[in-house]
Design a binder for this molecule. Structure first.
Ligand code: TMP
Ligand code: MG
Length: 190
């Protein structure tokens, strides 16, 4: 059964704010309601288990790793009513069209990803997805320095803040990144 009107939900925020936990919570509720869900993630993020989305807290849900956003449409089963995409910031720009197409077909699309990269700048396709979504939930982590709500992700290389001209994409977890508030987020430029 497909719902008549599809829609897009975005879950965003810094690392360690619970995006994947929230995604999994929504998917479990959909599964209890016997909705058919499919979960996709970019193959780039093989931190824990390639065939699952995994939260920092350890929750997991089966997922299909993909190399391009076009494969989402190719892999879609006819009975699916809920599509979830984790780590959306790593997908190519065409993800925006794919997400719109799925919603136009009447599907519920739940997208989770980083709104900002380590520099504190909008990350890939996320700002456009957020603008086009019906619902956006921006979660906050806790600043590792002061304990206030954190909206940014600090990248640390050998314990020092990563520089502005460092590569945007480096897969990792707490060995490289921590959540920071605006005040304690550092990006040295020279
Ligand atoms: P998470 O949102 O599930 O915690 O995972 C974010 C992933 O993105 C993690 O593998 C680290 C990576 N990442 C980058 O590649 N560049 C960045 O600027 C940031 C902040 C994270
Ligand atoms: Mg995550």
């Amino acid at each position: 059964m497909t719902t008549k009107t599809g829609h897009v939900e975005v879950i965003c925020g810094s690392m360690f704010c619970g995006k994947t936990d929230e995604l999994i919570r929504r998917l479990r509720r959909a599964t209890i309601a016997r909705q058919k869900v499919q979960v996709f993630k970019p193959a780039i993020d093989g931190r824990y288990n390639l065939e699952k989305v995994t939260s920092h807290a350890g929750s997991e849900f089966d997922a299909t790793p993909l190399n391009s956003s076009r494969e989402i449409v190719e892999q879609l089963a006819e009975c699916t009513t809920v599509v979830a995409i984790d780590e959306a910031q790593f997908f190519d720009d065409n993800i925006v069209n794919v997400v719109d197409e799925l919603a136009a077909r009447g599907l519920r699309v739940i997208v989770a990803g980083l709104d900002l990269n380590f520099k504190g700048e909008p990350f890939g396709c996320m700002p456009v997805l957020m603008a086009r979504a019906e619902q956006v939930d921006k979660l906050q982590a806790i600043c590792m320095v002061c304990g206030e709500p954190a909206c940014r992700t600090q990248r640390l290389v050998n314990g020092r803040p990563a520089r502005y001209d460092d590569p945007v994409i480096i897969v990792g977890a707490s060995e490289l990144y921590e959540a920071r508030c605006r005040l304690h987020h550092e990006v040295p430029r020279d």
